[in-house]
Design a protein around this ligand. Sequence first.
Ligand code: 3PG
Length: 212
Amino acid sequence: MTPTEQSAKAAEICRLAPVVPVLVIDDLAHAHPLAQALVKGGLPALEVTLRTPCALDAIRAMSEVEGGVVGAGTLLTPADVKAAKAAGAKFGVSPGATERLLDACAEYDLPLLPGAVTASEVMALLEKGYTVQKFFPAEQSGGAAFLKSIGSPIPQVSFCPTGGISLKNARDYLGLKNILCVGGSWVAPKEAMASGDWDSIVALAAEARALR
Ligand code: 3PG
């Protein structure tokens, strides 16, 4: 899958809702009800970070939830890409980008949202054909003001910013022309997951859905 094709698919997924939940799943038993709650609240695109031992199994379990589009986040190596694809991930997200990671996404046909935070990084990915990129860590790297500024010289790249985004500042990003959606963990608080309070996660998702 070429970078251009990957970005076309990534754009489609990013346009499904204003927010992509960024999920850290510690307990596999949470995966299915969590996906159900988020999809029910109106957030179909879900990023499961490969930061916990059960993450790949969580992707498998969540992929069974109707209406969900489950991807893998925190892709760092070609092995991560291969494993994510095998688990059924429909897209991948990486905090940055390396040649080996990009090659693996082409080889395994996984649409990637690669990370960039400087003009040169954005340009290097654009040169390859990635017109949709992740901006991470967003708040720490200049936030919405940075993205607004970079949209002037490089309007052909659209972003999904993540890192430090919540209900409070999401609108600052979503109002910009070059933002397709934002990512964030605030819609799936650890305490709600631990106590099985799926109704409150449905409510948080619905609130996020209504941001745009
Ligand atoms: C991450 O990869 O941790 C995401 O960017 C989520 O960041 P957040 O927890 O600040 O929303």
